[in-house]
Ligand binder design. Structure first.
Ligand code: GUN
Ligand code: ZN
Length: 437
């Protein structure tokens, strides 16, 4: 067992309210199965005497918080971050597809995966649901690297058997065989999970989507990830290609791809019926505000999402997204909520923004009580934030007179410099290494 003394941020189990302890204690130890979990979290004064003899790491001055959860990111797009284009479809054609063709080479994929995981860690992200490319080698590279780092991590082979250039287009039958083989090899191994990954409806045939839906029914605890209703040209294209479906989201429903653990990136241009269908089936949205601003796609409608009761959480969507930093993503989400797709703005509290990138994201992914929070039983993935990492942050920190002011200062001014320690499955990490405590 080991304990950490510092300020402590976590979330109530029954909602999305932040719970904050100025002088807190986090006790980590094995559960009944030997898994490293949070054994206790609360104020130092109430807990310290219950754990005599446990070594206490003195991190006073820092804030312990759950590791961030990124609900949607593309590891192979790490190097195309910031590639400008007229919009989604030209961006895919000009940069994304040509670059992703390089991931047929497993050695190349491994070098990018290694850099990608270092980058997640520097930014305090400890779990990500990640696109690979259409090449099985890209999936092996990511899983091997995540396994080496002991991460809770999900990825999958992209399915795209049409409207895709040579180099990334796959073949229908083989793509489904490859997907099942990857599920069997990787899903549930250590902390890894597989995600069935149709790129988006326009680049898959009916046959490929049906096959993906059959696998999703056969392996119900495997994730599904795709994109939907990101861009108006894309929405029109999907309607032309699938005239029998009720809507773009309806294409996925018609192929058995809406269920719990199905994660759809963007969800901007949805109908109210679509949102209700997501709420009914348990499918969730990954909100990608920096990507949507960069590619000029639109604004996530928080009010309508809440009205329909659909679940959502935050995501960077790198390389469409412009930052690995959860602080940048939370700030962008705040601005988006102010504007709103339908100009019906709302003000998201800093606690709600933070929840969307931790406990809320975990809940949407079906990992409630596993990651994204620091309640007893949660896996020991957490970060220590320095609220005085920069001169301006230090000033704002000194002036903050409430938790909202403190969290908002971090959201607006924080970046990777504020992430002082990252602990993954109970072990402290520095970039690319495991530090034995
Ligand atoms: N739609 C289909 N593929 C992609 C992708 O790689 N990025 C984004 N943002 N949208 C997509
Ligand atoms: Zn994406």
């Amino acid at each position: 067992m080991r304990a950490y003394r510092a300020a402590l941020l976590r979330f109530s189990e029954d909602g999305h309210s932040p719970v904050y302890e100025e002088d807190g204690l986090l006790v980590i130890g094995p559960d009944a199965e030997g898994k490293k979990v949070v054994r206790a979290a609360g104020s130092f004064s109430s807990l310290a005497e219950r754990y005599p003899g446990v070594v206490v790491e003195d991190w006073r001055g820092l804030i312990l918080a759950p590791g961030f959860v990124d609900m949607h990111i593309h590891y192979p797009q790490t190097d195309i971050i910031g590639a400008p284009a007229e919009g989604l479809l030209p961006w895919l054609e000009k940069y994304t597809f040509p670059y992703e063709s390089r991931f047929a080479d497993g050695a190349y994929a491994t070098t990018v995966a290694s850099f990608f995981f270092d980058e997640l860690q520097r930014h305090g992200v400890t779990t990500a649901l990640t696109f690979a490319t259409s090449h099985p080698a890209s999936v092996h590279a990511a899983f091997e690297e995540a396994q080496r780092r002991d991460l809770r991590f999900m990825t999958g082979k992209v399915l795209q058997d049409r409207h895709s250039p040579d180099g990334v287009r796959d073949e229908t039958e083989q793509s489904l065989l490859d997907t099942e083989a990857l599920i069997r090899q990787w899903h549930g191994k250590d902390r890894l999970g597989y995600a069935i990954t149709p790129r988006f409806a326009p680049t898959s045939t009916h046959k490929q989507l049906s096959g993906a839906g059959e696998l999703a029914a056969k392996y119900p605890d495997v994730w599904i990830q795709s994109h939907v209703a990101e861009n108006l040209d894309e929405v029109r294209w999907a309607a032309e290609l699938f005239p029998d479906s009720r809507s773009y989201l309806g294409v996925y429903e018609d192929h058995g791809l809406l269920r719990e653990r199905a994660v759809y990136a963007h969800c901007l241009h949805l109908t109210m019926q679509d949102r209700q269908d997501m709420a009914r089936t348990g499918a969730v949205a990954a909100v990608c505000p920096t990507s949507n601003a960069f590619l000029g796609s639109g604004f996530f409608d928080y009010l309508s999402a809440d009205e329909a009761g659909m679940r959502y959480g935050l995501a960077s969507d790198v390389g469409g997204g412009t930052s690995f930093s959860p602080f940048a993503t939370m700030l962008a989400a705040y601005k988006v909520a102010r504007e709103g797709q339908t100009k019906r703005g709302m003000t998201l509290s800093p606690g709600h923004l933070w929840w969307q990138h931790t406990a809320g994201a975990a809940q949407a992914l079906g990992l409630d009580g596993v990651v994204g929070n620091l309640q007893p039983g949660c896996e020991a993935d957490f970060i220590a934030i320095d609220p005085e990492a920069t001169p301006l942050l230090a000033r704002k920190h000194a002036l903050a007179s409430s938790l909202d002011e403190l969290l908002f200062a971090l959201i607006v001014l924080g970046d990777d410099r504020a992430i002082r320690h990252v602990v993954v499955n109970g072990q402290r990490r520095s970039t690319g290494q495991v530090d034995q405590l």
